[in-house]
Design a protein around this ligand. Structure first.
Ligand SMILES: Nc1ncnc2c1ncn2[C@@H]1O[C@H](COP(=O)(O)OP(=O)(O)OP(=O)(O)O)[C@@H](O)[C@H]1O
Ligand SMILES: [Mg+2]
Length: 253
């Protein structure tokens, strides 16, 4: 069980995140959604220990994240950063195997794992030899996902994993992600600014605004029982950009 307890982040005079407490349901997909700058990436960076919170703490299975256990924590989490974060001078395979190599995990363990990940993410194994610049956007996202999954983490943290893709590729990857989440049964915390994507992937949605959680629940809860006028405004704005809550692919349960 992953918990944030009273976690906040202040940069100078600005609160990127006001104190927030959040339980992330084990084995389910929770989606953080909200306008640009509302603090979504900050939440993920605090969880993986890249950003130190101003107040509060992160707990995994009741244990608090501290400077002396941050690396052990990190190994239990797979993280796909916003904009992919692949090293351009390393091939796809070298990117995926960075941590296993660093941990000196033997080849006979790593090879079958790599093959299984290619199958899982439907990535052509021939392309493992290529550099990120020689892959399509969708393939790069798959490499990022494989890198996050390679150590078989308990928790998967994905920051806009489908951000910069064209709608067709994005829809295909959404289907694949959903199948992967269902198959692996991991605890997933995914950031998006796209309500249709949230509706399609999430068991539960956490809507944020200006560094605060405004409402959590299913997409249907947000539409039918908005906690504040902002919730309705956000959904209306999403509708204008094509979000179809009923009958469409990202439909209501
Ligand atoms: N290192 C930093 N120094 C100062 N301010 C920061 C820093 N990192 C983030 N911020 C600010 O904190 C706020 C939250 O940023 P964050 O990256 O979490 O937003 P976000 O919800 O992920 O936005 P987006 O959807 O655009 O990715 C923003 O106002 C941002 O400018
Ligand atoms: Mg962000």
């Amino acid at each position: 069980m992953l918990r944030l307890v009273n976690v906040s982040k202040r940069y100078g005079d600005v609160w990127a995140l006001h104190p927030m407490t959040l339980d992330v349901c084990p084995g389910r997909t929770t989606v953080l959604i909200g306008p640009s700058g509302c603090g979504k990436s900050t939440v993920l960076k605090i969880i993986v220990g890249l950003v130190e919170p101003t107040t509060g703490s992160v707990e995994l299975d009741g244990e608090r994240l501290r400077p002396d256990n941050v690396l052990r924590f990190r190994r239990r989490m797979g993280y796909v950063i916003q904009e992919g974060g692949l090293f351009p001078h390393l091939t796809a395979e070298q990117n995926i195997l960075l941590m296993p190599r660093h941990l000196k995990i033997p080849d006979e363990v790593v090879r079958p794992r790599l093959q299984a990940l290619c199958e899982l993410t439907r990535f052509p194994p021939d392309a493992l030899r290529r550099y990120p610049a020689e892959l399509s956007g969708g393939q790069r996202q798959r490499v990022g996902l494989m890198r996050a999954l390679v150590l078989d983490p308990d928790v998967l943290l994905l920051d806009e994993p489908l951000g910069a893709l064209d709608p067709m590729v994005r829809a295909a990857l959404q289907e694949d992600l959903k199948a992967i989440f269902t198959r692996l049964g991991k605890t997933v915390l995914l950031v998006t600014h796209d309500m249709a994507e949230a509706a399609f992937l999430a068991d539960e949605v956490v809507l944020m605004d200006a560094g605060r959680v405004v409402q959590r629940g299913t997409v249907a809860d947000l539409i039918e029982r908005p906690a504040t006028p902002f919730v309705t405004q956000f959904i209306t704005a999403q509708r204008r950009s094509g979000f179809m809550p009923v009958g469409a692919r990202g439909s209501l349960p």
